[in-house]
Design a protein around this ligand. Structure first.
Ligand code: SF4
Ligand code: SF4
Length: 429
């Protein structure tokens, strides 16, 4: 967004109620970030792909408008205010705009940097719940203890969990290493995640079972921690970088060909550690190697040659396949789960008709913007209903929880699974 463009683009921002605060000190974005915003040519192609613009056709609710707001702050034309934060907070971080952009504006990175810059200036300070949440996610032992407490509260009937949280299972125990069954084909590392380690333990176990059956030894380093995505997307890049470095140490010195994960949202974060850790050089190299090795579990399993003794029993049902934004717009691997399920004889996988739009789960969005998240989910559940599917599969724990909650509200009895959970269930071994 060059200076020549600025007056025009600022007109967009000036239509907002906070346009009366000119000539304030700018909040300087880093030069590389400023150059990234500068790549925007204001064509508006991104807007037709933006779910928040579809909800509210207001320029400030579009990717182009949000870039204009960030640029205006950077130039000292706007001050951080409640309405400004609302427009930025409404962004789902789905990155549909980034994928559609012909100028390759790195919207996700720009938003993360802007939030990091702006968070200390949030009117009223940062929400206490957000601070506590970030602290919990980054401390695996404390998080596991908190989940155990929540589980007991649920069992005692003390917590209805606001209707959104499903019954919490017991915290799992993992071996450091799961040896392959039969002939060894290689070794991989498994990333557990934070909440996912407990709420997504079925898919993690399924991944281990499928990988070991396919001939892979699976390392599960106990020192690993949260990927840092929640911190990064909520204005705390420093904390996200610290968690990234801890994960680099946890997986270092393992002779593995891939680092695999079952939640595509976190997989994106892991795959972008090279953007987060840039110094010192040794850690930057480790981050680049870590990023290059990271893969979504379905994508990896889709490439393996199943040994002859591995068979899957038939399942003649229709399965709707939901594509999380992280898998669709960033990893761009939506075909892998569909192909993987094709290993099950008789199964009929169908892609959800409106897979291009976010379901509203979007990390912590379903908690911080519940009404908007529910509105986005309605379209998705209507689309699911039209498929007349018996099972819904999705590759991201956040989407699964959000969609499950919506189905419960509607009184629909459709099972929501990860693709690898369904595949492992059909193993005949
Ligand atoms: S598509 Fe890209 S260049 Fe066009 S307005 Fe959106 S961000 Fe800017
Ligand atoms: S990340 Fe998604 S919600 Fe945010 S501006 Fe881009 S398309 Fe819209």
């Amino acid at each position: 967004m060059s200076p020549a463009h600025s007056p025009a683009i600022l007109q967009l921002a000036f239509r907002t109620p906070y346009a009366n605060t000119l000539r304030i000190p700018p909040l300087p974005l880093s030069l590389p970030l400023h150059q990234q915003i500068d790549r925007c040519v204001m064509c508006g192609i991104c807007s037709q792909h933006c779910p928040t613009y579809a909800l509210s056709p207001n320029e400030n609710e579009s990717p182009r408008g949000r870039l204009a707001l960030i640029a205006a702050i950077n130039q000292g034309q706007l001050t951080p205010s409640t309405p400004l934060f609302e427009h930025l907070d409404h962004c789902l971080g789905c990155r549909a705009c980034e994928r559609a952009c012909p100028s390759q504006v790195p919207f996700g990175e720009i938003m993360d940097q802007a939030r990091d810059l702006l968070e200390p200036h949030r009117p009223g300070g940062q929400h206490l719940g957000k601070r506590i949440g970030h602290a919990l996610l980054g401390h695996r032992r404390i998080l596991r203890t908190a989940l155990t407490g929540l589980r007991w509260a649920q069992k005692a009937g003390l917590s209805k969990a606001a209707g959104g949280i499903p019954p919490i299972p017991a915290n799992p125990k993992w071996q450091r290493y799961y040896p392959p069954r039969g002939k060894t084909r290689g070794k991989v590392g498994l990333f557990l995640g934070c909440i996912n380690e407990t709420l997504g333990q079925d898919e993690l176990r399924a991944a281990i079972r499928l990988l070991t059956c396919a001939g892979y030894g699976v390392h599960v380093p106990p020192q690993q921690t949260c990927c840092g995505a929640m911190h990064q997307h909520n204005g705390n890049i420093h904390a996200a970088t610290g968690l990234a470095k801890q994960n680099l140490r946890a997986f270092e010195n393992l002779q593995i060909e891939a680092i695999l994960h079952t939640a595509s949202g976190c997989t994106v974060m892991l795959q972008e550690y090279n953007k987060r850790v840039k110094s010192p050089p040794a850690q930057a190299n480790a981050a680049a190697e870590f990023s290059a090795k990271t893969q979504d579990i379905s994508h990896f399993l889709d490439t393996v040659q199943w040994p002859e003794h591995v068979q899957f029993s038939p399942l003649p049902v229709r399965v709707a396949v939901h594509s999380p934004c992280s898998l669709k717009h960033v990893l761009q691997q939506t075909a892998a789960p569909v192909r993987l399920l094709g290993n099950i004889p008789g199964i009929e996988p169908v892609e959800l008709p409106d897979n291009g739009h976010c379901c509203g789960g979007a990390g912590s969005y379903m908690l911080t913007q519940p009404e908007r998240a529910a509105r986005l989910r309605e379209d998705k559940l209507d689309a699911l209903h039209r498929t007349q599917a018996d099972i819904l599969v999705t590759s991201n724990i956040g989407c699964a929880l959000h969609l499950q909650a919506g189905l419960r509200e509607r009184g629909r009895e459709i099972e929501v699974l990860h693709p690898v959970t369904l595949l492992a269930r059909q193993l005949t071994l």
